[in-house]
Design a protein around this ligand. Structure first.
Ligand SMILES: [Fe+2]
Length: 287
């Protein structure tokens, strides 16, 4: 089977074609995918739409799927697979200002947990005619470009991540009492070392990072605002225009993402998602 891996942008990402993703992969293909994942941080597997069981079968060859916080979208035959629908059903659902939609905010999945998911697999099942891209930014390159004094300043700092924060531009969906009980504050290093490559990334989540431990609110906000502006510069970004069936798998340890929520009312936008278990984030050096 020929595996073809082609970069998608200067910033990050590669397209992968060749295999039938519904079938078991041979060990050489899995090894090549793992190497490409570490090199490009995001892979786009071009595919037909998969059943939730086939999607889960693929994910199991790449890591350990875990059930997701929001119970509502979980599939009965495969609870690790969640179905996410972002369709605007009526004009009243779509705001004029996209910043008021939570998914428009830059984030990394799951960072309100002490052990966040290492990777996300997302497959499109239905897409609108225009808009709806998922945008990604490379936090390793953003870290590498920081002035040395800023690298020294954030070294060893820890930040508090919460399901919601006063800093977020839009509120999240409401949790059930059981879901809320599962989301306590988590504290993570601001400069995060990648477990597999040793590279450092800025680990910042505009929707979830609340404050830096040991700093006044004003000082913390000022530093987080500065990092926010730095990390979302266009040169660090790749915007994915979905085709039906595309499977993206991205590395939450070194990428942030957001959604262009500007797409036509009434056109369906549906994905299925799997999170792969990770490890507790580590500092670049011992704090
Ligand atoms: Fe996300």
């Amino acid at each position: 089977m020929t595996l073809r891996i082609v970069p998608l942008s200067e910033a990050l990402g590669a397209e992968v074609t060749g295999p039938d993703w519904a079938q078991p992969l041979d060990s050489r293909t899995v090894a090549a995918l793992e190497a490409a994942f570490l090199e490009f941080h995001l892979l786009c597997l071009r595919s037909e739409t998969l059943t939730s069981l086939a999607f889960l079968g693929l994910a199991r060859q790449l890591g350990t799927p875990q059930t997701q916080l929001i119970a509502e979208g979980r599939q009965a035959d495969a609870p690790e697979v969640s179905r996410l629908e972002t369709t605007y059903r009526s004009m009243a659902d779509k705001p004029d200002d996209m910043r008021s939609v939570r998914l428009s905010g830059w984030h990394t999945d799951d960072s309100y947990f002490p052990v966040p998911a290492k990777a996300t697999l997302l497959q499109s099942l239905a897409i609108p005619d225009s808009g709806g891209q998922t945008r990604f930014a490379n936090m390793q390159t953003a870290y590498r470009d920081l002035p040395e004094e800023m690298k020294a300043r954030i070294e060893g700092l820890r930040a508090v991540h919460r399901y919601d924060t006063r800093r977020a531009k839009a509120p999240p969906i409401e949790l059930t009492r059981e879901e809320e009980a599962e989301t306590q504050e988590a504290v993570h290093p601001l400069a995060r070392r990648h477990e597999d490559t040793g590279e450092t990334a800025i680990y910042f989540n505009a929707n979830r990072t609340d404050r830096i431990v040991g700093m006044s609110a004003a000082e913390s906000d000022s530093l987080l605002d500065q990092l926010d502006r730095h990390t979302i510069q266009p040169k660090y970004q790749y915007h994915h225009t979905w085709r039906v069936g595309d499977i993206l798998i991205w590395d939450n340890r070194c990428l942030i993402h957001s959604v262009n929520m500007d797409f036509p009312v009434g056109q369906r936008r549906i994905h299925q998602r799997i999170l792969l278990a990770g490890a507790a984030p580590a500092h670049t050096k011992a704090p």
